[in-house]
Design a protein around this ligand. Structure first.
Ligand SMILES: *[C@@H]1O[C@H](CO)[C@@H](O)[C@H](O)[C@H]1NC(C)=O
Ligand SMILES: *[C@@H]1O[C@H](CO)[C@@H](O)[C@H](O)[C@H]1NC(C)=O
Length: 466
């Protein structure tokens, strides 16, 4: 199920000095406001992602660093806001000052081959901090570069494209739209096939703003049982963390479908099923007080929910958060369909009106983040398009997030397993070591339930365990 972490793989990365890559031609100097969805406190962080490429005989003599550096400068002419710097105005409103200063770019070489990373390339990646060097002062300062890219050549002729973007500027779909444009221009297109659209005012609050929907993720839990878990070793920062990826192929997905024989639950998606399952395993692993409230927070892409839809090419944040919540006890002692029902209902709440109400809430309440207590995020990257980015060397051997956010969030990454010889989904998870042991034990025991009888037996034991 889970691949062993290649902790033993050690290699050296030689880096050049980081450089700023500016747009290849002059671009307009203007101040562009972000949307009221973009500039929420909950998005003021950076998300690292990574693409691995094999050696390609047809590209012999071409240097990926040079090809990408040049394509990047040309692409920034179209995406010039990404070459600017963020400014914070009154009431925390963010704007990008299109200074054309550029994005940070690092050229590097590693004395390792792609094969040495193992047959299945999946997070955690050894020495990742070498593959995306955290340039001192580049993260967290208001006028720092918005994008950091490192291209690392490998000994075998393959290379790694790693990057980190400030989430306030774009979501995963928007980032991939940009990287795809760089790839198209690297393959000698004159312009991106999808022209970028700014139009951030489309996701601004209404005038006057009015909260019309329920946004549970911004509510502070008043549940007293939550405070009793503070001494739970699972939550102490002292405990070491374990990183692992879990693969869900056709067999795992059918095993989960077997857990939900109830026809009432028809119309759920693989995302709903996996989210419900991961949330439940995680809660079991954390050994919480049964009365404590637990929440799972999901990203729902709303690009198609608008009428008229958001313009093609919009690369700002266009997803809504939605949260399902339960007590830990109910979640763990009920069959999977209980969690599934909660997940489905939370997702069903996301409509155009929900997104408008969210923008209004953010403005009325001063762009809050959400309380991080007992919350786990699951984000669906299956359709973000990482797998299609071709700089001329073909499709990536791996494309997706560089890992999970420790104890906070996991991602569903589309994945072709060479070991298993099939396509599926890989989910990176990072938890304190003891919680990870319980998590994988619970996960495997459910995935091993091979028929309806064993599912029924499992469901009756969890009930009696309360
Ligand atoms: C992202 O940008 C926001 C707004 O300027 C800033 O508050 C935050 O520190 C940045 N985050 C990082 C990690 O650079
Ligand atoms: C869905 O929306 C309704 C109406 O706003 C609200 O009462 C309910 O709590 C929401 N459910 C979830 C799971 O967000």
């Amino acid at each position: 199920m889970a691949a062993p972490a290649l902790a033993s793989l050690v290699f050296t990365v030689r880096r050049r000095e980081p450089e700023l890559i500016a747009p290849a031609n002059p671009t307009p100097r203007e101040l562009k406001q972000l949307s009221d969805i973009d500039d929420q406190a909950g998005l003021r962080f950076q998300i690292p992602s990574v693409l691995f490429y094999r050696h390609s005989p047809s590209m012999n003599g071409r240097d990926p660093v040079r090809v990408i550096r040049e394509a990047l400068a040309k692409t920034l002419v179209f995406y010039y806001p990404l070459a600017g710097r963020l400014r914070e105005g009154p009431a925390g409103k963010l704007s990008v000052d299109c200074t054309g200063e550029g994005v940070l770019f690092i050229e590097a070489d590693a004395d390792v081959t792609l094969e040495q990373f193992g047959e299945d390339l999946q997070p955690p990646f050894p020495c990742f901090e070498q593959l995306l060097y955290d340039v001192p002062g580049s993260g967290g300062i208001i006028d720092s570069p918005l994008l950091l890219i490192q291209v690392t050549r490998l000994k075998c002729g393959g290379f790694i494209f790693a990057n980190r973007v400030n989430h306030t500027m774009c979501d995963a779909a928007g980032l991939i739209q940009f990287i795809t444009a760089v790839a198209e221009i690297a393959r000698s297109a004159c312009a991106p096939s999808v022209p970028p659209v700014w139009r951030r005012e489309l996701l601004n609050a209404r005038n006057p703003p009015r909260i019309t929907c329920t946004h549970h993720e911004f509510e502070l839990s008043t549940n007293e049982a939550n405070t009793k878990d503070i001494t739970n070793p699972t939550f102490t920062t002292l405990s070491l963390e374990a990183h692992r990826s879990f693969f869900f192929g056709p067999a795992e997905v059918s095993a989960l479908q077997r857990m939900v024989p109830d026809p009432q639950q028809e119309g759920y998606s693989t995302f709903d099923l996996l989210t419900a399952f991961l949330w439940r395993c995680l809660t079991i692993a954390l050994h919480l007080n049964p009365e404590a409230e637990v929440r799972v927070i999901m990203n729902v892409n709303t690009r198609s929910k608008f009428n008229p839809p958001l313009p093609t090419g919009y690369y700002g944040n266009a997803f809504a958060y939605t949260t399902a919540h339960s007590t830990a006890g109910k979640l763990c002692s009920n069959p999977l369909e209980y969690a599934l029902g909660l997940v489905k209902r939370a997702k069903g709440n996301v409509t155009e009106e929900y997104m408008r109400s969210l923008a209004d809430l953010l403005v009325i309440r001063g762009r809050p983040g959400f309380p991080m207590d007992r919350i786990y995020g699951i984000s669906d990257l299956r359709y973000a398009g990482f797998g299609g980015v071709d700089f001329g060397w073909g499709k990536p051997a791996y494309g997706g997030v560089a890992g999970s956010i420790p104890s906070m969030a996991s991602f569903l990454v589309p994945f072709k397993s060479n070991v298993r010889g099939e396509k599926g989904i890989v989910v990176p998870v990072c938890l304190p070591i003891h919680a990870m042991e319980r998590f994988s034990k619970e996960l495997e025991s459910v995935l091993n339930l091979s028929d309806i009888k064993s599912v029924q037996k499992y469901n009756s034991t969890i009930k009696s365990a309360l």
